[in-house]
Design a protein around this ligand. Structure first.
Ligand SMILES: Nc1ncnc2c1ncn2[C@@H]1O[C@H](COP(=O)(O)OP(=O)(O)O)[C@@H](O)[C@H]1O
Ligand SMILES: O=C(O)[C@@H](O)C(=O)COP(=O)(O)O
Length: 423
């Protein structure tokens, strides 16, 4: 059976955000951790989301990994390819959105694609190419202090133009407001003008649905999870997708509970503070982390072992921007990230070995490190906790329930709510 939509996501939280949208829009979706083994039974699957950890690696590596994922999908006669990146367009001037977009477009034999990270339900809107996060421009939001991809330019046409040698245009709100036909005509005009990429404005879900409909003939669509909302309708209109409701029921998972947080985003900082005095919480001290390296995980595991149970134990590297900067100045930006990710991944592995089977991780890079340490191959998508964050369960015989929270997603009580949604 052919895959209708094959997505390549540049991080793990982003992948489950997209899978959540597709399931809610009626597609039977499997999220895989990296390129799936041939032994993976896809069953009746309409969409596959391949989660990579390619957002913050050098662009040539991100291209190679994305093309490997593309080839896996192409070998399975996938009808349309989706490249998922962050709703805050997380990237540096060196990549990776433009370079991966260009490489996938070449591989898919396309000559034009769109870039639309809008996610109105989570406050990401695009007007005249400018990305707003909540009420402020991207560059005024907490994303300006992101530990790995600080976003200081809110104009996505400019941001993308620095990442590709090819022309970047804009389909603005006036055109989007006219609906799918007008948007598709704008794509045609841009193609004739030799533009290969277009940022597309979107402020409301109904804009995203019209944009999705206008993308029905594109070989490659790129964006946040929002723009995927309109894509399932295209397959339904072509008679390829049933009208059936898709279930988000997960197998019953028992086992102790844990929360691992390495996101330093504003929302996560508030969510970690909320859990103070509500659960056993180990906040990783930067000095101790530098001194002990990954062996700090063993101390944390000794502390956690007697407290494991229904109430989650929580381990957090989450820190304020000035503390993140201090550690980065001391040991380097990527080294600081790798240090904290390494400790949290080793804690995850140890907790899993001690019976933890309900695990929440916060942060895209962090979740990537955690999930890789758990040797998970693929995930079923379960109920949503907050917009963009579903529970998932690994397909393995002894399943682990995992919720991977994007840095800036979720209400202040997210971690507490997560375990209520699962029970
Ligand atoms: N105290 C800290 N100092 C420096 N870097 C940190 C600290 N805590 C976590 N990090 C790193 O910051 C990065 C956060 O990125 P990520 O997990 O993707 O979160 P988000 O989803 O909020 O972007 C990770 O690489 C993580 O290891
Ligand atoms: O689109 C989004 O915002 C998310 O799906 C996402 O990719 C978030 O990444 P992190 O903030 O690194 O978790």
């Amino acid at each position: 059976m052919a895959i209708l939509l094959g997505a390549i996501a540049d991080d793990f939280t982003g992948a489950s955000d997209l899978a959540n949208t597709l399931v809610k829009s009626g597609m039977r979706t499997v999220q895989t951790i990296g390129i799936p083994p041939d032994s993976l039974d896809l069953g009746d699957t309409d969409a596959v989301v391949i989660a990579l950890k390619s957002r913050s690696i050098p662009a040539p590596d991100a291209i190679d990994q994305s093309l490997d994922a593309y080839r896996w999908l192409a070998d399975r006669a996938t009808k349309q390819i989706f490249f998922k990146y962050c709703s805050t367009f997380d990237s540096t001037d060196e990549g990776n959105i433009g370079p991966v977009g260009d490489a996938l477009l070449d591989a898919a034999g396309g000559d034009f694609t769109i870039y639309c990270p809008a996610f109105p339900e989570n406050g990401r809107q695009i007007f005249n190419g400018y990305l707003f996060v909540g009420d402020v421009l991207l560059s005024e939001s907490s994303m300006r202090n992101h530990p790995l991809t600080p976003m200081t330019d809110p104009n996505l046409v400019r941001v993308l133009a620095r990442q590709t040698p090819n022309g970047v245009g804009l389909v603005n709100q006036l055109t989007v407001d006219k609906g799918a036909t007008a948007i598709e005509q704008a794509f045609g005009t841009m193609r004739k003008d030799g533009l290969r990429h277009a940022i597309v404005d979107a402020a409301r879900d109904r804009d995203l649905i019209e944009i999705g409909h206008a993308c029905k003939d594109l070989k490659l669509v790129t964006g946040g999870s929002g723009v995927a909302m309109g894509l399932p309708d295209n397959f339904r209109a072509a008679g390829l997708l049933a009208e059936d409701q898709v279930s988000d029921a997960l197998p019953k998972v028992t086992g102790t509970a844990a929360i691992l947080s390495g996101s330093c985003s504003e929302a996560t900082r508030g969510q970690v503070d909320y859990m103070e005095n509500r659960v056993p919480l180990w906040r990783i001290d930067a000095d101790m982390a530098v001194e002990k390296g990954q062996t700090l995980a063993d101390d944390i595991l000794d502390w956690a072992a007697p407290q494991l149970g229904d109430t989650p134990v929580m381990v957090s590297a989450t820190a304020a921007p000035e503390n993140v900067k201090a550690l980065q100045d001391r040991i380097g930006r990527n080294e600081a990230g790798a240090l904290m990710e390494g400790i949290l991944a080793r804690v995850a592995e140890g907790l899993h070995a001690k019976g933890a089977r309900r695990i929440v991780s916060a942060g895209g890079e962090t979740s990537g490190a955690v999930v890789k340490a758990l040797n998970v191959t693929a995930l079923r998508i379960g109920p949503q906790i907050d917009p963009g964050v579903p529970w998932t369960a690994s397909v393995e015989d002894d399943p682990t329930a995992l919720a991977m929270k994007s840095g800036n997603f979720g209400a202040p009580d997210f971690f507490e709510k997560a375990f209520k949604v699962l029970s």
